[in-house]
Design a protein around this ligand. Structure first.
Ligand code: UTP
Ligand code: MG
Length: 582
């Protein structure tokens, strides 16, 4: 509270500026290059478990040993997006020509290829943004006559003769990714799950198969950057930041991309000439709705790649939904919604505190979808976000995650954040500064135990009288008549589950009982469909031959197999009978 009091209006602006400096990478971060304890412990644990695993250096866990706060991750990814350009080519055969052409403008760091339907795209990362600016100024519009002549950030590479001005014999760059953005089929996932050695191993395999890879993350930041480029031609100080599950580590392949548009403060300079401007108050609901409406029409009509724009302006947070064709991503754009960004940071932090959090959230989200507890369309059912909070709360009860109150208690001056509408989003952001019990956890339950425990928890929780409070880390008496009550951790007067009705709550309860029964009765690998395959309603299409994996993928699978082998089986009493509410 004392910290919040200090955040008066001036310091609020200062903090916001501070955030953007981080976000735009204009400030060198103190934490850059440090090794976080959590990552270090995770590394040690993985080393311990994988023994002399030859290719462990390639493990996704081990490659990420550098401590990176949420803000550094955003800053680095935004910087990468600024230095990258997306080019459509006729086929992969054009790669060499494209590389030769682009190399004239500067050093290329990496090239990534993916296909969208039959279209081929190459994402080129340059060392310096200047190279892209030069390419843009030498590019031209196509031959079509009736076009909106907007300089787009996506190019089409025409294979024509060109003379190389320099660097004729530069080294060929191998594609970092070829045919990236291909998603594992249900059949492949079922096969991964079938071949795991334990239910814990299945959960890890599922998480590894579904989590966003490097190219997918690059394309999400690139999508945000494209929009920012277009909007910057209208407004001087606009930023488009990604947030939500694409960023907090709870996102799976094909998840929507949440974007927030932010008008940064303009620094007052004492110049002789001052621009004439119009007033714009995006904090006022009516103005914000009007602004979003105009933006939506502009996007639909003028921005290449944007299709199927839908305005949802009456919601508590007005959003514009649209498809971005070049990267094949479904997006939700909101405006000046920093609380949601800080919320993503909080969820990301919880995911970083313990390595079990993200795999557990992934399997529970997937379970909820398979049981039709959640849906892609909004309605009177629980959302993925609320479900994730439920998992975090359960892990707080297991003493695996701290309450937000604890994170706030350990906050320092550097952690003070306050949103445009005065919401205090201050909490400790440095994992090393957490209390010892959250660095060296006494609860070392495996994922199978935790999954079972989660279902037990929700099937026995008294949702009729009690609510859930992540901030305090405790059960609270339900303050309203909503069927399900989960306090928004940052805006404590809000219930994130206000939309959920009693029917949907009962469904969750019923399905949790079913899940307990499944975990008790299908935990043996002797069956064709076993463990979470049954939980997720995944059929074992007759077992495919060995999947064709590249060396790195194979080593990850081998590693996961070794790893799951080490995880002890949960002690499930087979005499327990299924209890199902009718
Ligand atoms: P989403 O509903 O898109 O959730 O809200 P998600 O975590 O990205 O899940 P999927 O994968 O799309 O289904 C996006 C973000 O908005 C913030 C959270 O940070 C969430 O991750 N949010 C959402 C809130 O702060 N409060 C809410 O009530 C809902
Ligand atoms: Mg989302």
């Amino acid at each position: 509270m004392a910290l919040l009091n200090r955040a008066n209006l001036n310091s609020f602006n200062l903090l916001l500026n501070h955030y953007y400096k981080f976000a735009t990478g204009t400030v060198r971060l103190k934490t850059r290059g440090q090794i976080s304890l959590s990552s270090h412990l995770r590394q040690e644990k993985i080393k311990q478990m994988s023994g002399n695993f030859a290719d462990s250096e390639n493990s996704p866990e081990l490659s990420n040993v550098k401590s990176r706060t949420f803000e550094t991750i955003i800053a680095n990814r935004r910087d990468q997006a600024c230095r990258s350009m997306l080019v459509q080519v006729k086929s992969l055969d054009s790669q060499d020509d494209l590389q030769n052409y682009c190399a004239q403008f500067g050093d290329i760091l990496s090239m990534h290829h993916y296909q969208k339907d039959k279209e081929h795209y190459i994402l080129i990362e340059f060392k310096d943004i200047v190279s892209i600016n030069e390419i843009m100024s030498s590019a031209s519009f196509g031959d079509e006559v009736s076009i909106a002549p907007i300089k787009s950030s996506v190019f089409w590479f025409r294979k024509r003769q060109f003379t190389l001005s320099y660097k004729k014999n530069q080294k060929k760059i191998m594609l970092a990714t070829e045919n990236g953005c291909t998603y594992p089929t249900e059949k492949e996932i079922a096969n991964f799950l079938h071949n795991a050695k334990s239910i814990s191993g299945q959960i890890i395999n599922l998480y590894e198969a579904l989590k966003l890879n490097d190219l997918e993350i690059r394309l999400r930041f690139h999508t945000a950057y494209h929009l920012e480029q277009y909007f910057s031609r209208l407004f001087q100080n606009i930023k488009v930041l990604p947030f939500g599950s694409s960023l907090n580590g709870f996102g799976t392949k094909r998840c929507d991309l949440d974007l927030v548009l932010i008008l940064d403060n303009i620094q007052n300079k004492s110049t002789n000439m001052v621009f004439h401007t119009k007033s714009m108050k995006l904090n006022e609901r009516r103005e914000k709705k009007e602004f979003m409406g105009i933006l939506a029409s502009t996007m639909q009509h003028f921005i290449p790649g944007i299709h199927n724009v839908r305005k949802i302006l009456e919601a508590r947070v007005p959003i514009i939904k649209f498809n971005y064709n070049y990267t094949n991503i479904e997006c939700d754009l909101s405006a000046t919604n920093m609380t949601a960004v800080y919320m993503s940071e909080l969820l990301n932090l919880y995911g970083e505190i313990d390595w079990r959090v993200r795999p557990l959230v992934t399997v529970i989200r997937k379970w909820a979808k398979s049981q039709k507890i959640t849906s892609d369309v909004p309605g009177q059912w629980i959302t993925n976000f609320s479900l994730s909070l439920l998992v975090l709360f359960y892990l707080q009860q297991q003493h695996i995650l701290p309450s937000l109150k604890t994170l706030k208690l350990y906050a320092t001056r550097d952690d003070i954040r306050c949103t445009e509408n005065g919401i205090d989003c201050t909490f400790q952001r440095n994992l090393e500064k957490l209390p010892a019990e959250y660095k060296y956890k006494s609860n070392q339950d495996n994922l199978e135990s935790l999954l079972y425990g989660f279902f037990k928890f929700i099937s026995t929780f008294n949702f009729y009288t009690d609510g859930i409070c992540i901030r305090e880390g405790t059960v609270i008496p339900k303050p309203s008549s909503s069927a399900l009550y989960i306090t928004n951790p940052l805006e404590t007067t809000l219930n994130v589950c206000k939309n959920v009705n009693t029917y949907e709550l009962n469904l969750i309860n019923e399905k949790a009982h079913d899940a307990l029964f499944i975990l008790e009765t299908h935990n043996s690998k002797n069956n064709n469909d076993w463990g979470i395959m049954v939980l997720l309603k995944m059929k074992n299409f007759e077992i495919m031959g060995t999947l064709k994996l590249n060396r790195k993928e194979q080593s990850i699978v081998d590693y996961l197999e070794n790893y799951s082998d080490e995880i002890s089986k949960v002690d499930i009493n087979p005499s327990k009978k299924k209890k199902k509410t009718v």
